[in-house]
Write a protein that binds this ligand. Structure first.
Ligand code: RB5
Length: 146
């Protein structure tokens, strides 16, 4: 089971990031906070890059990226070569892990309420990848992208 969660946001996701960190610690995870440390306006790609690099370098880590919509974070992480899933409900979260082996969860603080976001987070972390035909399809993402 993955125990270390690397997390970051921009200003648009900062409040939800704070709640996620507190909750992850209560659930027993080790949390690596890659910033920011205030609500000051900042640029989401810089924070997405920090988390994506950490997750790419260590198979035992999963990532969480939060901005206003979750869109910019997911675009950046996916372009950097790590499967990142923008989830707005629990079905998304389960499928992102079970079928797509996503390693980074993206959330939109301005889109998804706190209670739903924490439900998504829990399911994302507790669902295992299904393997089998899903492994073939995930491998094909890289094949068709190169
Ligand atoms: C910041 O205003 C906003 O653009 C950002 O948080 C995010 O939604 C980008 O995708």
């Amino acid at each position: 089971m993955v125990k270390t969660i690397v997390i970051a946001s921009d200003h648009g996701g900062y409040n939800l990031k704070t709640i996620c960190i507190k909750t992850l610690e209560e659930w027993g995870y080790e949390v690596q906070d890659e910033g920011p440390s205030s609500l000051d306006s900042c640029d989401y790609p810089l924070y997405a890059a920090k988390v994506t690099a950490e997750v790419k370098a260590d198979d035992d880590k999963l990532g969480v990226l939060i901005c206003g919509t979750g869109l910019g974070m997911s675009m950046t992480a996916n372009r950097m070569g790590v499967r990142a899933a923008l989830c707005s409900n629990e079905f998304h979260a389960r499928m992102a892990r079970e079928h797509n082996d996503a390693r980074i969860l993206c959330l939109g603080e301005r889109v998804t309420g706190q209670g739903v976001a924490l439900g998504i987070l829990k399911l994302f972390l507790e669902t295992e990848f299904g393997g089998g035909r899903h492994q073939r399809r995930v491998d094909l993402i890289d094949t068709v992208s190169n």
